[in-house]
Write a protein that binds this ligand. Structure first.
Ligand code: ZN
Length: 138
């Protein structure tokens, strides 16, 4: 990866990949650090510097951590887990539900063999087929 154009004042860079990383690679990418964008789209999508932005920062001796969205910062991750999660109370203590009650359809239940339960009504012909399939030993 090589930085071919560097405008430190505008924080705009052109970064060229010497070897394409993926088949979709365009080869040359424009990085705008102040807008936190790159032609590859990863920088603005993840709100985290892509490899082109990191190359631009390295070329201009700019600390890349300032372009990481605060949501990735460790203290923010810890804040998310500061909230206490109340345990689910016993089912007997749940409020009464007056809405629609859903029940599973037993006909759709799968057996352990992964076969669906047959919904076909059995008749005399099924009984005959079952008898015909029996082995002569019984
Ligand atoms: Zn990029």
């Amino acid at each position: 990866m090589r930085v071919t154009h560097c405008n430190r004042r505008a924080l705009v860079f052109a970064v060229e990949e010497l070897e394409p990383l993926e088949s979709w690679s365009l080869g040359s990418f424009r990085v705008r650090l102040s807008a936190r964008t790159c032609d590859c789209g990863i920088f603005q999508s993840l709100h985290f510097p892509c490899c082109h932005a990191l190359a631009a920062c390295a070329a201009a001796s700019i600390e890349w951590g300032r372009y990481v969205h605060p949501v990735y910062k460790q203290e923010n991750v810890f804040k998310m887990y500061e909230v206490k999660f109340p345990p689910i109370p016993d089912k007997k203590l749940w409020p009464e539900w007056y809405g629609t009650h859903l029940h599973p359809n037993p006909a759709m239940r799968q057996k352990a063999t992964e076969r669906l339960v047959s919904m076909k009504f059995q008749n005399e012909m099924d009984e005959v087929e079952r008898v015909e399939k029996r082995c002569g030993m019984t």
